[in-house]
Design a protein around this ligand. Structure first.
Ligand code: NAD
Length: 355
């Protein structure tokens, strides 16, 4: 076995109140005035952060939208030019950070990320944009944020449903890193600790949405999961989420949450080290797929694709696409085994995994 490990350059500030360190980060990177990006929904937070930055903020552009439509990128680039900003500060989830990345890709200006969900996009050089319903993705080191400021305080307002699904979105990065075709011992350490951190914190935050310890552990886990996503290739789970999400316009993190235990039931049985690592992280002796399903169920997350609007009739095309252009996966993919994964996820049955 030969391992290769390539670390992405990353600069992270993490902690309760870390948002106050943004100016120091701008000084470190050499950015004078940032355009603060957000969704319309998070405009108030963006304006508060811009007000705190004073003359280091060039303005607020609250135009981020899901799937980063190209027209939105053009609008943000125009705002960068009009305000004379020399960088962007993306405050929000994967959609806002995605907009910041696309501006960085076109303008070569740095982006600083202030994540408020657990999507992990801030730790990756991956970008995605949509035009006329077609999503294009790629890898470009220009889009990797120059600094990431993780402040758990900004996540206390994340609604419970999105908290759960976004957390499981992060767990999905970690699980697939454990059996990745280009994984390594270092990534496996981060992946296992990420799952442990999130699985421990989710019930705490479910009971008390503003728990300081719980919120910090969810964000800490998503930082590690994002690092995994940015470092190694993903497998069947991410392929199915992209295919399903693109074809049926499903909510990103909900799709991850429903599918993950079913993909784990297939894949972990073929990868003993990953099976054991997920068991340790979830604190169970066996059946890690069933244990994750139980956790999602206990914190009231979605457990069936049917509740997201998917019909059994939609599945064959999705399975055929996944099999025809597969991501590297520990289990060779066939129409039958992919259909079994999808069918269990549509019906919302509890999967079980054995070694
Ligand atoms: P999102 O960014 O679309 O946010 C969902 C909604 O929640 C938005 O309205 C947002 O304003 C709101 N929100 C975010 N944080 C909040 C908070 N703390 N309090 C209240 N409301 C809040 O959701 P997401 O799941 O973070 O991101 C999904 C997108 O990110 C997808 O398009 C996905 O493809 C992309 N993504 C990209 C990468 C990558 O590496 N490029 C990685 C993961 C996800």
């Amino acid at each position: 076995m030969v391992w290769r490990f390539q670390a992405n350059p990353s600069r992270v500030v993490f902690g309760w109140g870390a948002v106050e360190a943004i100016v120091e980060e701008l000084d470190y990177i050499g950015v004078e005035r940032v355009l603060v990006l957000s969704t319309p929904h998070q405009r108030e937070l963006a304006e508060t952060i811009a007000a705190d930055l004073g003359d280091r903020a060039a303005g607020v552009h609250a135009g981020a939208r899901m799937h980063v439509p190209v027209s939105i990128v053009d609008d943000a680039l125009a705002a960068v030019r009009t305000t004379g900003a020399d960088g962007c500060l993306a405050v929000g989830g994967g959609s806002t950070i995605g907009l910041g990345k696309s501006v960085a890709r076109r303008s070569s200006l740095p982006v600083i990320a202030v994540p408020t969900t657990y999507s992990g996009s801030e730790m990756t050089p991956l970008w995605g944009e949509t035009e006329a319903g077609v999503k294009t993705t790629g890898t470009d080191m220009k889009v990797l944020p120059s600094a990431v400021v993780y402040d758990p305080q900004l996540t206390t307002g994340l609604p419970l449903d999105l908290t759960v699904t976004s957390s499981i979105n992060a767990v999905a990065h970690a699980v697939e890193a454990l059996y990745s075709s280009n994984g390594s011992p270092l990534i496996s350490l981060m992946a296992e600790e990420s799952i442990r951190s999130i699985a421990t914190a989710l019930p705490i935050v479910h009971a008390e949405r503003e728990s300081k310890v719980g919120r910090a552990d969810l964000l800490r886990g998503s930082w590690m999961a994002g690092t995994c996503l940015g470092s190694v290739s993903m497998g069947l789970h991410h392929k199915l989420c992209h295919t399903l999400g693109g074809a049926l316009d499903l909510p990103h993190s909900d799709t991850h949450t429903v599918l993950l235990p079913h993909v784990m039931a297939l894949n972990l049985s073929a990868h003993s080290a990953a099976y054991d690592a997920v068991c340790r992280a979830l604190g169970v002796g066996d059946d890690p797929a069933g244990a994750l399903w139980d956790l999602v169920n206990a914190v009231e997350g979605p457990t069936s694709l049917r509740e997201l609007g998917v019909d059994e009739d939609d599945l064959l095309d999705i399975a055929a696409t996944a099999v025809s252009a597969p991501y590297p996966n520990p289990v060779p993919l066939t129409l039958d085994n992919v259909m079994a994964v999808l069918s269990g996820a549509v019906r919302g049955v509890r999967p079980t995994s054995t070694k």
